[in-house]
Design a protein around this ligand. Structure first.
Ligand code: SAH
Ligand code: SF4
Ligand code: F3S
Length: 454
């Protein structure tokens, strides 16, 4: 008998991608196979994001289109999960508008996905199953990762920060840390499977361990993974500047496998806006942390997130953001237009900023950031850097693509090179978003020596 097919679309951040890997793991156990086209699928799943209006609009658009498919093939099952539908009001609105949906579940009950799927297949009504609380961290769930090279590993779930603009704490629940022994076991397993790179995931990795009985903080965990994990490249995200400490900068600087890249979202450069955002730090504190980081890790790539047009943001506040972007000189930045999220304190604040003003400020910010991104990339011209090969370039299948330890994309030509190889590449050209280079003779030398040694 032909295997059942599923399609899975994932919106949002790495948390959602990682959850999707658990869903894929379950589906593999249930003997489903994946298809890229919803048209051929017996089960269509959409893992949703609620962080900005745009993300939600995309989901609504996609579900609308599924209506036609469901009409043509009523036996097809449609399941919607993730952050957007963890908000009960949104989930109810969705089934009301699209009663053909078979199953809606949230972020807290992924561990019982097979049972939900079974119940939904037996029910003639849409099954809506949302848990208010996350409960204990569930270990031992199946996982099916995209490739055998890079892996995401959760170290904590949820968020307790309640930044005034952000929906995440409402849809991901309170912060829960995984036990270090579980994390170490997962990473050792990945190392034995040949994984080259691990990214540790948490909404705020710096507060890891606060809820554990073990006396361990994030720096201790990172150091332990660096020394005992057996993985060539370690990354982590996201760091909260309020909980950033000198100890962590030292651990990165002294580490062997920890990549010289820190993503440290600042959101705004204005102290007044940072306070309204409930971020818990000032620009002075932030700049001080950057200075410490650069002292311990001189070539550290620093990237950030910035929100433009938070309620009440004046031209002076915005200029303070531009100023800090100039001062820090980020390697790259993710810039967002503020998006009103109902249920968050900022959504109710007076003085929401008009779309025109937001867009105009956004453009000015982008111009400055692009200049810095290009400058950082140009500084690498003539240098030889370690690149982890990811495969063919997205835009040109004849060209290979990989990433530096600083997280920068490098395109280069090469024969006999495989995804997962760690190579030395000499950088010859720099653009704003990527680098080009050629495989360094250093690699050839190593190969030659190996041949002679034979
Ligand atoms: N926990 C991480 C990531 C949270 S979501 C952190 O604290 O950095 C990723 C980014 O989305 C945030 O850093 C923020 O810049 C942006 N974001 C969150 N809510 C937003 C909103 N309502 N409007 C615009 N951008 C938002
Ligand atoms: Fe959202 Fe702030 Fe938590 Fe990040 S730290 S997920 S921005 S509430
Ligand atoms: Fe991530 Fe979006 Fe949820 S950013 S945590 S998938 S709201």
């Amino acid at each position: 008998m032909a295997k059942k097919k599923y399609s899975l679309t994932v919106f949002g951040c790495q948390m959602n991608e990682r959850d999707a890997e658990t869903l894929r793991g379950f589906l593999l156990e249930l003997d489903y196979e994946q298809t890229a086209e919803a048209e051929n699928a017996d089960l269509v799943i959409i893992n949703t994001c609620a962080v900005r209006q745009k993300a939600e609009e995309k989901v609504f658009g996609q579900i609308g289109r599924l209506g036609k498919l469901k009409k043509a093939r009523p036996e097809m099952m449609i399941a919607i999960c993730g952050c957007m539908v963890q908000q009960e009001a949104v989930a109810r609105k969705l089934v009301k508008k699209h009663p053909f949906i078979d199953l809606i579940f949230g972020t807290h009950n992924i561990s019982v996905f097979p049972a939900l799927l079974q119940r939904a297949s037996e029910s003639s009504e849409p099954l809506l199953d949302l848990w208010d609380e996350a409960g204990e961290v569930v270990e031992g769930l199946p996982v099916s990762r995209k490739d055998g090279i890079r892996a995401w590993v959760n170290i904590s779930y949820g968020c307790d920060n309640f930044c005034a603009y952000c929906i995440v704490p409402y849809v991901r629940g309170r912060e829960r840390s995984r036990h270090p022994a579980e994390i170490m076991a997962e990473i050792s397993n990945l190392a034995s499977l040949g994984y080259q790179e691990v990214t540790l995931l948490g909404q705020n990795v710096n507060s890891y361990g606060k809820d554990l009985v073990e006396q361990i903080d994030f720096s201790d965990l990172l150091q332990r993974i660096d020394r005992e994990g057996g993985i060539n490249r370690l990354r982590f995200m996201t760091s909260h500047p309020r909980d950033w400490h000198e100890k962590l900068a030292r651990v990165i600087g002294e580490g062997t496998n920890i990549c010289e890249h820190v993503h440290l979202p600042i959101q705004s450069g204005s102290n007044r806006i940072l306070a309204l955002m409930n971020r818990g730090y000032t620009r002075e504190h932030y700049l001080h942390q950057v200075e410490i980081l650069r002292r311990y890790v001189p070539n550290c790539a620093i990237t950030t997130d910035l929100i433009v047009g938070f309620p009440g943001e004046t031209e002076a506040d915005f200029l303070a953001t531009l100023d800090i972007v100039e001062q820090v000189s980020y390697d790259a930045a993710f810039t967002f237009l503020y998006s009103q999220r109902s249920g968050t304190p900022a959504a109710k604040m007076a003085a929401q900023i008009s779309s025109e003003v937001k867009k105009e400020r956004f453009q000015r910010l982008l111009e400055i950031q692009n200049r810095h991104s290009l400058r950082h990339n140009q500084l690498l011209i003539g240098k030889t850097v370690e690149v982890l090969v990811e495969g063919s370039s997205k835009t040109n299948p004849d060209v290979l693509s990989g990433r530096t330890r600083g997280g920068k994309t490098v395109n280069f030509a090469g024969e006999g090179v495989l995804a997962g190889d760690l190579l030395q590449v000499e950088i010859s050209e720099a653009k704003t978003w990527s680098l080009s280079g050629r495989i360094s003779v250093e690699n050839r030398n190593t190969n030659d020596q190996a041949v002679q040694g034979d």
